[in-house]
Write a protein that binds this ligand. Structure first.
Ligand SMILES: [Zn+2]
Length: 572
């Protein structure tokens, strides 16, 4: 492709609306343009990168035995009423009424539509298992769409749904997809981890998120440095304490004045103890029911773990007024002794002896309190956030907290949708059973943004070769020099003959502008034809990722590029 013929409007200035690096570079590099809030047009370069990801996704999904379909974007409300999600989904579901007063929505996901298709078309165990996928535009009416392709309202997604006869078959398909996703993201040339993810309160289900590692990621994930354990913060388990605590004499519990000391830091400093010797009492509302949670002073409650323990969907921390209304105690002086609401404790608290707690009285705390002697709790569980001081729950190795961007999610759904929509097949005895389902998503347009978040420098994008819109960019720096222009054209033709995807910068622009644009759009290999060809008969190949350059004759340069690109494309 000739640059002079390509719609590639690069920008010198960074658009003010862009808050994250991928958004800035996609706008500046002329990959996307905003139409309206959270909705983008893909220009040729942006679409080329998306098509690369789609191609890898399709090849690997097909190889895994899935079949491609394309389902409608407009979905009838009645199907969503059957599944119970018309009421539950909330304002992210964009709803509208057509001229016949029929209610519809724009699909944010396709469980209902695919389950309806399968219940109509598949009736026998002989036709199972089946895994159907599509690459399609989704719409979710995010309240505050931000970050360009990272969190748009409209986006391109690959979603797949599997239908199996039983749990065993469904779990085999889940593992198949788990392996397929590993191949997909490896082939995309991305550093990623599959992390255990929370499934909420749906029983018998499990789930993994695929995270592209990037310092700018929104999600914190926990990875083990010594084994393959990885989890998101909601799911990350704390290694149970195996040793019983050393026997320590229980000291006398005393009430002490702590005037105006409400925060952990202030109280422990005043008492001359470590935050590890204090137990915080925090009030949460779990589906509107108050519950007091005990954690060590330096630990944080993980609300999702709390919700799972209590079987609650919505868990939020009570504000000062709610705390007072429920307990009669001002925040900061709350303690478990004598508290009249449900009390749950993190496991770590069980191992503590002679610690400080609030006295349930303004300006007072208790010191040398002990669980079992001074107060009891209703339940004990792993309720806190993992910290880097914890060791791996699998191998006791060292944990690291790192940032990631979720690009894929696989989920064993079980029979919740097939039951809601009464989707059944007949077994070999003629008995009816509900399908056991799984669903598997990849944010295709998000993968492109995540690739940029992970791979860029101050000059622009550094595309991994497999998802780059072009593999090589040729810069002709001697447009007015006949010999230079001829050899640049020759190289362009020769590389295209080798089936290499080439962007040929044949514009009448200064070299400085060509170099800047080349760095900005991040094509993995740059081939420069300029003065060095006139003087020494050589052209320069430069690798965008590490700046490594070599000078070769034009023929050698073509051979070298073809061999480097072939090798890199087939190593993944
Ligand atoms: Zn480990």
């Amino acid at each position: 492709m000739r640059y002079s013929k390509l719609l590639l409007p690069t920008l010198k200035e960074t658009p003010a609306e862009a808050e994250v690096v991928s958004h800035r570079l996609l706008l500046r590099g002329g990959f996307i343009r905003k139409l309206t809030s959270g909705v983008y047009s893909y220009l040729p370069l942006g679409l080329a990168a998306i098509r690369k990801v789609e191609q890898i996704v399709r090849e690997e999904m097909n190889r895994a035995g899935a079949q491609e379909v394309l389902l409608p974007m407009v979905q009838p409300a009645d199907l969503w009423r059957e599944s119970g999600r018309w009421e539950k989904y909330g304002p992210e579901l964009l709803r509208f009424t057509d001229r016949h007063e029929r209610e519809s929505c724009l699909g944010p996901t396709h469980e209902e539509v695919i389950t309806d298709l399968v219940r109509r078309e598949i009736h026998s165990y002989r036709d199972l298992p089946v895994n159907l996928y599509q690459v399609q535009t989704k719409f979710r009416d995010e309240i505050r769409p931000r970050f360009g392709l990272m969190r748009g309202r409209e986006f391109i997604m690959k979603d797949a749904y599997s239908f199996d006869i039983d749990n065993e078959q469904a779990e085999a398909e889940y593992r198949n997809m788990y392996d397929t996703y590993h191949r997909i993201f490896e082939r995309c040339g991305l550093a990623f981890r599959a992390v255990e993810a929370d499934t909420g309160t749906i029983g018998g289900s499990f789930s993994h998120e695929f995270m592209v590692l990037a310092d700018t990621g929104e999600d914190t994930i926990v990875i083990c440095k010594d084994c393959s354990y990885a989890a998101n913060m909601e799911k990350a388990r704390v290694k149970p304490i195996e040793q019983p605590p050393e026997s320590v004499d229980l000291l006398e519990c005393n009430k002490v004045e702590t005037p105006g000391k409400r925060k952990v830091g202030a109280v422990t400093e005043f008492l001359g103890i470590s935050p590890k010797q204090l137990v915080k009492t925090l009030v949460y509302l779990a589906d509107s029911q108050p519950v007091a949670v005990l954690v060590r002073g330096d630990h944080e409650v993980q609300p999702v773990k709390l919700g799972n323990l209590l079987g609650a969907v919505e868990v939020e921390m009570a504000d000062d007024k709610q705390v007072f209304d429920v307990t009669g105690v001002p925040t900061g002086y709350l303690g478990p002794a004598g508290l009249k609401i449900k009390l749950v404790a993190d496991r770590e608290v069980v191992a503590m002896r002679n610690f400080a707690i609030g006295a349930n009285e303004k300006n007072y705390h208790l010191i040398n309190a002990n669980l079992g002697r001074d107060f009891e709790v209703d339940e004990i569980d792993d309720l806190r956030m993992v910290t880097p001081e914890d060791s791996c729950p699998e191998c006791a190795g060292r944990l690291e907290l790192t940032k990631g961007i979720e690009v894929g999610h696989i989920f064993k759904l079980g029979d919740s949708y097939s039951k809601a929509l009464n989707a059944v097949y007949q077994d070999n005895q003629g008995e009816e059973h509900h399908f056991v389902m799984g669903c598997y998503g990849i944010g295709v347009s998000r993968v492109v943004a995540a690739a940029i978040e992970q791979n860029h420098d101050e000059n622009g994008i550094i595309f991994p070769l497999p998802v780059a819109p072009f593999q090589v960019e040729i810069l002709n720096l001697g447009l007015k020099d006949k010999a230079i222009s001829e050899v640049a054209e020759q190289i362009y033709n020769d590389l295209e003959k080798e089936s290499i995807e080439v962007l040929f910068d044949d514009r009448d622009e200064r070299p400085g502008i060509k170099f800047k644009d080349a760095d900005l759009i991040g094509i993995p290999y740059r081939l420069t034809v300029g003065k060095k060809f006139a003087s020494d008969g050589v052209v320069e190949i430069r690798k965008r990722a590490d700046g490594h350059t070599i000078e070769l004759s034009p023929d050698e340069a073509v051979r070298e590029l073809a061999s480097m690109i072939n090798e890199e494309m087939h190593s993944a």
